[in-house]
Ligand binder design. Structure first.
Ligand code: HPA
Length: 251
């Protein structure tokens, strides 16, 4: 089996991977965010891509999500694990916790969010399809993440609603209050359109979210970038261990 892993903030490389190839493909949708790093853990082949680029300079609204998913599709991956850092809205989802969301609400705008873009667009013509998106994340992949997270003793939440915002700024306290009324549990800037594009391409997809701060208005005062970075620095090793374990246990 071949799995795609999309690394987010704090996860711009996958040093644990025994690298066999470094590909720089172009897709019908343009260039992916980074070279594709190909390697293996045992029998599982892995293709890693850094969502924000190797030097982490592509902001969430400028990521070429279509090219990233298309490049993984061209590599024939049969599953995608996406890593995202998020703010916690649900009071139980605290900095350092892992969340495996089961739902998503899209608050982003102006992103190239579909392959079915119509005959008049500049993009390659793809027949119009209205994909089912009732359950945006794949049940089997979510379960693999959950089981391994439990096995590794991580503080993990099974399920939750991911609210995807436009960024790159963080939210206002009022925006978070609205998202809380909408039942969002976590907030991040990169969950969409990535999940929907994977669905359009027919690739099972799941999200591994690391909570790195309390969302706006929920902590004491303003959100501190230093604290976000400290949480990323202290928790990312566990996220990497989790992905290695999941890849190794993927048949
Ligand atoms: N909001 C949006 N995206 C984020 C946050 C947040 O509070 N934390 C990490 N990514």
């Amino acid at each position: 089996m071949k799995v795609g892993i999309i690394g987010g903030s704090g996860f711009d490389d996958f040093g644990e991977l025994n690298v066999r190839d470094r590909l720089t493909p172009t897709t019908s949708w343009g260039e992916p965010s980074s070279p594709l790093i190909c390697g293996a853990f045992g029998n599982t082949e892995v293709v890693f891509i850094a969502r924000h680029g190797e030097t982490h300079d592509i902001p969430p609204h400028r990521v070429n999500y279509r090219a990233n998913i298309a490049a993984l599709k061209d590599q024939q991956v049969s599953a995608i694990y996406a890593v995202n850092v998020v703010g916690g809205i649900n009071r139980e989802m605290c900095p350092g916790d892992v969340v495996i969301p089961d739902q998503i609400i899209d608050y982003t705008w102006g992103r190239e969010h579909t392959y079915s873009d119509g005959p008049s667009s500049d993009s390659p013509s793809v027949p119009l399809q209205h994909v089912d998106f009732t359950n945006p994340y794949d049940a089997t992949l979510k379960d693999k993440l959950l089981q391994q997270a439990i096995h590794l003793g991580l503080h993990v939440h099974a399920g939750g609603v991911y609210g995807a915002t436009q960024g790159p700024r963080l939210e206002t306290a009022a925006e978070i209050a609205r998202m809380e009324r909408d039942d969002c549990d976590i907030v991040g800037m990169t969950g969409m359109p990535e999940a929907a594009l994977a669905r359009e391409q027919g690739i099972p997809y799941a999200c591994l979210a690391l909570v790195v701060n309390l969302a706006a208005g929920l902590g004491d005062g303003d959100i501190s970038m230093d604290q976000i970075q400290q949480t990323i620095d202290s928790r990312m090793a566990d996220i990497r261990r989790l992905l290695v374990a999941v890849a190794k246990n993927t048949e």
